[in-house]
Ligand binder design. Structure first.
Ligand code: CO
Length: 148
């Protein structure tokens, strides 16, 4: 059965879902693939470099990251930071907090373990802006906004 998914969009800043801990994904099914495709569309439309599912009202541990080299969006499911090194100050914005900028202390390098859309687990490393972005999006999965 093919269940049509509504087009997702950013939820308002006041939405409770932005402050809740998102649930792990357990089914890597067509529904997940539709949510991922939908999230990539929202991120592209809004001009972001990262997006977390709670930002579009989906309380699941899904993030989209823009690969800055290829400019392609990548979906990561149930991501966990398994190693981090160094510190840096980073000026951040957030699609859920339009117009706001916050200077955050972030790890300069991270190793992340996460599943792809098919449930296969990968490890990957990110540094500088891309490292800050992963940390920002995983914060969203834990109900944490950059202003908290
Ligand atoms: Co954000």
């Amino acid at each position: 059965m093919h269940t049509p998914t509504r087009q997702l969009s950013l939820v308002p800043e006041s939405s409770p879902v932005l402050h809740h801990i998102a649930l792990p994904v357990t089914l890597f099914d067509e529904q997940l693939h539709q949510t991922v495709d939908n999230m990539k569309d929202v991120m592209r439309k809004e001009g972001g470099i990262g997006l977390a599912a709670p930002q579009v009202g989906v309380p699941q541990r899904i993030i989209i990251l823009l690969d800055l080299d290829t400019q392609q969006p990548q979906a990561w499911i149930n991501p966990v930071i398994v190693q981090a090194q160094g510190w840096m100050w980073h000026d951040e914005g957030c699609l859920s907090l339009p117009g706001k900028r916050v200077r955050k202390m972030r790890s300069q390098w991270v190793k992340v373990s996460a599943c792809d859309e098919n449930g296969v687990r990968h490890e990957f490393e990110r540094s500088n802006l891309e490292a800050a972005c992963v940390q920002h999006e995983i914060d969203h999965l834990n109900g944490v906004l950059m202003t908290d």
